[in-house]
Design a binder for this molecule. Sequence first.
Ligand SMILES: Cc1ncc(COP(=O)(O)O)c(C=O)c1O
Length: 516
Amino acid sequence: MGGHSRWAKRVARWLPGYSLGPDQAFQVDGAPEAVERQRHEAFHALGHRLQARSPRTLAASALTAHGLPDMQFTSRYRVPFPFSDLVCAHLRIGAFWQSSQGVSLLDLDGNRYYDLTGSYGVNVLGLDAYKACMEQGVLEGRALGPVLGGYHPLMADVVQRLRTISGLDAVSFHMSGTEAVMQAVRLARYHTGKKHLVRFTGAYHGWWEDVQPGPGNPMPPRETYTLSDMSERTLQVLRTRNDIACVLVNPLQALHPNKSAPGDTTLVDGSRSAAFDRAGYTAWLQRLRQVCTERGIVLILDEVFVGFRLARGGAQSYFNVQADLVCYGKTLGGGFPMGVVCGRADLMQRFRPDRPADICFARGTFNAHPYVVSAMHAFLVMLDQPEVEQLYRQQDSRWTYWAQRFNQALSESNYPVRVDHLGSIWTVSYLQPSRYHWMLQFYLRDQGLALSWVGTGRLIFSFNYSDTDMEHVLTRFLAGCRAMKVGGWWWLGEQTTHRVLKKQIFKEMVKARWGA
Ligand SMILES: Cc1ncc(COP(=O)(O)O)c(C=O)c1O
C-alpha cells in the first residue's frame, strides 16, 4: 500500500477502530488457556515492575499527556492499534529524562538506561560530544546573541567546510530537515520549470505535504509520484515522462527498500524484513544518477538521517554518487535544530538576472542563528579530529561485527529474532509469525534499554558505545528475549502462519465494521 497513496488513504478511512479487551487480548492467536494465563500474568507483572521502578517519571508523563497530543499519539502507536488501550492502561513507558551521560539516559527516578533512541538520529558521536558542541555554540555565539539577518563570523568557515564535504558549490541554511527538503524541491521546480517530484515507496522526507502523500496527510497526493526503489520500471518512467523536476532519495531505504519505517505498530502478524546490499544499492544510485543526468532531472539526496553517520562525507561518499542537491540536518547542528541544503551553483541561485521578478523565495527567521552556526562549526571541526576520523574508518566493520554477534547469540538461544543494520542503524526482524512481537520493546525497557517510540523497528547506536557497553546491551537484549519466551508470547500453534494471522485480523476488522 505504501506505493499507492490514494488507495492507502481509502483503506485508512475504511479501517475500523476496535480494541481487544483483557478477555481476548492474550489468546487472539488461538493459544491454549494455560498460555493465555501465562501471558496474562507476565503482562501484569511487567506492568507492575515498570510502574514500581519509575513512579515519578510515569506520573509526570501522565500529567502532561493530557495537554500534549504528541505524547498521546506516540503512546498509542507503539503497538498495533487493537492492543493500544490495554497497553496504554497497563504497560506505561515514561516520556521524561532528567539527564544524559556517555551512552546512558537517566529518568526522573534515577534509573539509568542504555540510549538506543539515538535522539531521532541526531546522536552519532555520543551525547557528550553534542553537549560540548552546544556549549561551544553558546560560548562563541554569546557576543552576538539573537542577532539575525547578518551572519556570525564563523559562517564563512562553515560554508567552506560544507562545500568541501558535499562536493557542491553553495549552501543554504534552514531550521529543520523538513524545511531543507522543501527548499531543495522548490529550487528543483524553479530551475526545471517542471512540477512533479519522485519519491520512493516508504521513504520519509519530513512531514511536509508533497513528500508525504499517503495516510498522515489530510491532503490528497498532488504533484508527487511514488515509485519503486531499485526498479527498472522506475528508470523507464524517468526516461519517458516530461513533467518530473526531481528525484528524492533517502538512502536509509537501502536497509529496507520499498518499505516504510519499521515501527512496532505495524507488527500486526509479526512480519518485517530488512536486508542491506551495499553493492546493489550503490549500483542503483549510480544508474539513477545517470538517468537523471540524461533527462535533466535534479537528483536530491536527502541525507538528513544518514548524513555524517554512514561516513564522514555522508551517503554520497559511502555510495560513491554525486547528487545535484543534498539535504542535511539532525547531527550537523551539533545538537541544535537546523537543516542545510548544499547544491550546484546554478540550482541554488534564487533569481534570474534576465527576468528579475521571477524569483525563488525562501526565508526563515531563525535560519543561521548565531548559536546554531557556532555549534555546527564545532561539530564540523570535531569531524577533523584524528580520533573521530578513526571512528568513521572503523564504523562499518565494527557494526557488522556486533550485528553478527547478536545474531549468533540469538540463534544459539533459539530466539526467533534477528537484527539487520545499515551502519549504526539497526532493525529487529522476527523469524516466526506472531501477534505479540511488539511486547519485546517493553521487556527491553525492563532490561534497561531505552528505545524510541517506534520500538524494536529501529535501534540507533552512537559511535561512543564501547565493546563493554555492547556486551552489556547484548546481555540485556537476550534477557528481554528470554522474558518473551517465559511469558508465552512466542507460543506458536501448529497451523499458525502469517497468512492465518492476517486472515484472523481481517475477520476482526470485518466484525468491528459490520458486526458478527
Ligand atoms: C530523511 C529525512 N528527511 C527529512 C527529515 C525531517 O527532518 P526534521 O524532523 O528535522 O524536520 C527526517 C526526519 O527524520 C528524515 O529522516
